[in-house]
Structure formats: structure tokens, C-alpha cells
Design a protein around this ligand. Structure first.
Ligand code: ATP
Length: 216
């Protein structure tokens, strides 16, 4: 079975940490594709001041030229909070015979019990949790996932053998970059932000006068 990586986020803005993470997952898991899915209204964050359309445009620019990275705007067309479980239901309908692998950083995994219908996620996909450089290494596994854990060395094969239901932890950390820090740098008009986001994204931000106020 082909493995499709599902990478949801606010992408406010997309940064090199996201891109390295996606590439590492692609290489490790031998995914056929990674779908970047910007959240229109992230349920666990304050509503971003930068519109979902701008955030999706920046994702599109960042992944341009990368054959296996795809922008999926399904959450932008839906009213209300962007619940991952609903996105997965939709994807499962579109891709009934693929293995779906939901990718998230360690910080998101720790927050998982606050997600809408989080216990049902493994009914639709596998979970792949990626180490985040500013966090303690190692996965603090939720008790409900204990029987689902597979070692990362077995994950590429295991995830390709069944369509959903497993969880694994990738101990390789992408660079310690966060959108929060980038927004702060851009508000201060610091040129340092340019090192952590693709050039074409920085250009888009400047052209559209984004992240100039505190709200971001
Ligand atoms: P913010 O600082 O605004 O909270 P963020 O940098 O965490 O944003 P998101 O768009 O919320 O970016 O991230 C999407 C997903 O990517 C989340 O699961 C997050 O944990 C993960 N992620 C983002 N940056 C990194 C990073 N540098 N290393 C590992 N995981 C990351």
C-alpha cells in the first residue's frame, strides 16, 4: 500500500522547520506524497490575523517544484473550526485503499486529548510524531495508544501493510524554528527571519505587508 503523509498546521507562516520535517518523513517512511493542509480556523489557537488564503498561498510557494509535496485546501472550503477528524473522514473517502499517516510535532501530540474526537483518529490513519528540538527527547505516549506503538525502524513496513491504527515516533528533530518566533522577527522588521523561511515566502510576506502588527 502507498503511504500518504497528512501534514496539517496553521502554517502562519510556513517555515524551513516544516519543510525539513516533511522531507525527513518522506525519506524515512517512503511516502508517495505529503499533503500540506492549512487549517482555516485552528481549533486550539487564536484565529490568525493572516487569512487562510494567504497562508495557503505561502505553502504553495514554499513547496513549488517539489514533486511529492502537495497543497490540499480542503479545510479552507469548510465553515467552522478545522477539525482534523473531519478532514480525515474526507480523505479516507477519497483514498479508500491508501495508508494515511498523520504527521505532527511532539507539542501537538501532547495536546491531542484536547482535540475533537481524538480517540477516533487511529480509525482513519496512523500517527507519526516527530521530535521537536526544544522538547525533551522521547515520546510521552497516551495510555490509549500503548498497544498501537511500533518502533520507527519497523514503521515504514508496518504502516504500508495496514491502512491505519498504528503510531510511531521519529526521534530526528527538524531545526528549532517556530512560526511564533518568525512572526516576532517580522514585526520587528528583523532580517533574521529570512534565514528560516524560503525566499519566495519572505517575498510574498513583504509584497502583501503581512505580519507588520502584533496580531500576526
Ligand atoms: P506556532 O509557533 O504559531 O504555534 P508552529 O511553528 O508550531 O506554529 P504549526 O503550523 O502550528 O507551526 O505546525 C504544524 C505542525 O508542525 C505541528 O504539529 C507542529 O508540532 C509541527 N512543527 C512545526 N515546527 C516544527 C519544528 N521546528 N520541529 C518539529 N515539529 C514542528
Amino acid at each position: 500500500m502507498e503511504i500518504i503523509g497528512i501534514f496539517g498546521g496553521t502554517f502562519n507562516p510556513i517555515h524551513n522547520g516544516h519543510l525539513v520535517l516533511a522531507q525527513t518523513v518522506l525519506d524515512t517512511m517512503h511516502c508517495a506524497q505529503i499533503r500540506f493542509i492549512p487549517a482555516a480556523l485552528p481549533p486550539h489557537k487564536t484565529t490568525p490575523a493572516v487569512t487562510a488564503t494567504h497562508r495557503a498561498n505561502m505553502v504553495q510557494l514554499a513547496i513549488r517544484g517539489h514533486q511529492q509535496f502537495v497543497l490540499d485546501t480542503c479545510e479552507l472550503d469548510r465553515p467552522g473550526p478545522s477539525y482534523t477528524i473531519e478532514t480525515l473522514r474526507l480523505l479516507r473517502h477519497q483514498l479508500p485503499d491508501q495508508s494515511l499517516c498523520l504527521i505532527m510535532g511532539q507539542d501537538s501530540y501532547q495536546q491531542l486529548p484536547t482535540w475533537y474526537r481524538w480517540l477516533e483518529l487511529p480509525d482513519y490513519c496512523h500517527l507519526l510524531v516527530v521530535h521537536r528540538a526544544d522538547r525533551e527527547p522521547g515520546l510521552s505516549l497516551h495510555a490509549q495508544h500503548r498497544a498501537k506503538l511500533v518502533d520507527i525502524t519497523d514503521a515504514p513496513h508496518a504502516f504500508a501493510t495496514q491502512a491505519h491504527g498504528l503510531i510511531s515516533y521519529l526521534p530526528v528533530a527538524p531545526p528549532a524554528i517556530s512560526s511564533t518566533h518568525i512572526r516576532e522577527q517580522l514585526q520587528q522588521d528583523s532580517h533574521d527571519a529570512g534565514a528560516d523561511i524560503p525566499q519566495q515566502v519572505l517575498q510574498y510576506i513583504r509584497q502583501n505587508h503581512l505580519y507588520q502588527t502584533q496580531a500576526g
